[in-house]
Design a protein around this ligand. Structure first.
Ligand code: TLP
Length: 344
């Protein structure tokens, strides 16, 4: 099976398994795990922030950030299809007790004027707008990158408007590799950011939240509240250190493979726009084929290719380390078999 459902399906590398076996560990709830401490420091440094906090998932990292930044009844501005709103089980309402105000972005990008229009004036009946969440790369926009200028424009606007900024950088290193701009530059001025060690970077588990020392101290308490305090987590952090130090630069390979796939599918006449393939995701609109996403998923699975349906008429194909160049060529051949059915 060629698994293009997500870049979360990667297995840890041999170097990771070895580092995990040999990791020096301690009880991290007591703050005694040296490997976790090392990963958190390294993460903060890579992201240009003061401190870091290891969490079990990207979802928990986002929700710990939202909970820590806000008070019940606050409003949080999110892009209309942001992961923390769209895919996190309503957690910002259920856990932090805040409501989302959604803004439809340009491929995930919320411009300063849109932000300014969404911030609530100081008025008795309104909730307080406390936080803006920016997602980079943007998952449902097909791995779209928000470049330096746009990131800084919106972060700067949020600061002037007096609201905090959290960056869901689950795939911020994909943005770094695609733009050549260090992740720390992209998130400069934000109050917090998180990135995932287990998406594309191949670690088995883990996301890191970064921010100021005070913010991370508070977030550490929220993590405990959410049941996310981990004990000998150095076993996981060891793989995370390998992810961060050895796996970032190879992401460019995933981007090239996604592009090769996007161009080939477009050439066969499928509704794929290669111009929107900026990182490791390919999005295909199945509507012109007259066949819905779920049917395409089973059709392709029967031919040895697993993909995801991210809407009734939409497929998402994600490249990662466990999908090789020959796997991409095979995927193209499988699609070619269906090319005669590309239109209804
Ligand atoms: N995304 C997953 C699914 O949940 C959709 C995927 O396969 O892409 N932020 C962003 C931008 C994400 O894409 C994800 C995971 C998360 C947060 C949550 O991370 P986890 O899955 O570790 O909770």
């Amino acid at each position: 099976m060629i698994d293009l459902r997500s870049d979360t399906v990667t297995r840890p590398t041999a170097a990771m398994r070895q580092a995990m076996a040999e990791a020096e560990v301690g009880d991290d709830v007591y703050g005694e795990d040296p490997t976790v401490a090392r990963l958190e420091e390294l993460s903060a440094e890579r992201m240009g922030m003061e401190a870091g906090l290891l969490l079990p998932s990207g979802t928990m990292a986002n929700q710990v950030a939202i909970y820590t930044h806000t008070r019940r009844g606050d409003e949080v501005i999110v892009e209309a299809e942001a992961h923390c709103y769209y895919y996190e089980v309503g957690a910002m309402a259920a856990l932090a007790g805040v409501q989302a105000r959604t803004v439809a972005g340009d491929r995930g990008y919320v411009a300063p004027q849109q932000l300014a229009a969404a911030v609530r004036p100081d008025q008795l009946q309104f909730p307080r707008t406390r936080l803006l969440c920016i997602e980079n790369t943007h998952n449902r926009a097909g791995g779209a990158v928000i470049g330096l200028e746009r990131m800084q424009a919106t972060i700067g606007a949020a600061r002037r408007l007096g609201i905090r900024v959290h960056v869901d950088g689950a795939r911020i290193f994909h943005a770094q590799v695609a733009t050549g701009t260090p992740a720390a530059e992209l998130v400069r001025g934000a109050d917090s950011a998180m990135f995932c060690l287990s998406k594309g970077l191949c670690a088995p588990v883990g996301s890191v939240l970064v921010g100021s020392k005070e913010f991370i101290a508070e977030a550490r308490k929220t993590r405990k509240l959410f049941g996310g305090g981990m004990r000998q987590a150095g076993i996981l952090a060891a793989a995370g250190i390998v992810a961060l130090t050895e796996m970032v630069d190879r992401l460019g390979e995933d981007h090239q493979r996604a592009r090769r796939l996007a161009v080939a599918l477009a050439e066969m006449g499928f509704a794929v726009d290669p111009r929107t393939c900026e990182t490791n995701m390919v999005v295909m609109d199945t509507e012109p084929t007259g066949v819905d996403g779920a049917t395409w998923v089973s059709r392709l699975a029967a031919a040895g290719v697993q993909v995801g349906a991210t809407g009734p008429w939409r497929l998402r194909l994600v490249t990662h380390r466990d999908v090789s160049g020959p796997d991409i060529e095979e995927t193209i051949r499988v699609f070619a078999r269906f090319a005669d059915r590309k239109s209804a």
